[in-house]
Design a protein around this ligand. Sequence first.
Ligand code: GAR
Length: 193
Amino acid sequence: MAQSTGYNKIGAAVFISGRGSNLKSLIKFSKTKKSPISIEFIVSNNFKAKGLNYSRIYKIKKKVLNFKEKNLSESKLLYVLKQNNIRIICLAGFMKILSKNFIKKFNGKILNIHPSLLPKYKGLNTHKRALLNKEKYSGCTVHFVNSRLDSGKIILQKRVRISKSETETSLAKKILVQEHKIYPKAILKVFNL
Ligand code: GAR
């Protein structure tokens, strides 16, 4: 069983590359009584990620690594995560692929959120492809991370309807609203809460 932090919650790290709206929603959730996790670390591969501002706002430690030398960045990261007793990683708009070795060595759960109804539209440009294929629905998925891209066991999905006048931007926005809701729900589910 995962050890708890000083707050009696499981230490979590959120990995981001950009805006960090899912990070913000996870931070808010983590501060509620029902949350089993406490976010102790924000990790990014991008020094300019807007979401890193939440580190200052919410006084959460951060670690930025460029991932240019992936092995080196990952081993530094594994060290930091261990030092801080991090037992769950939530990828939230993190645009780097973690190596098999990292996934194997990290002693805990790794979750990701993806803006499509997996197994459909793995990878990038999900909204564009869903629209091009004239899908009636799209959505978002929270899943466990394994060594294959966007292919780990699905924890939770939410479907949204694609309207006739839908654009990539409107669809992304619509799905993001649901992402902010299902990520916390998926975490509760993972801990059987
Ligand atoms: C979210 O839509 C997330 O699902 C997506 O990036 C966005 C990040 O937004 N993730 C991926 O595409 C991963 N392959 P945010 O930084 O505002 O949370």
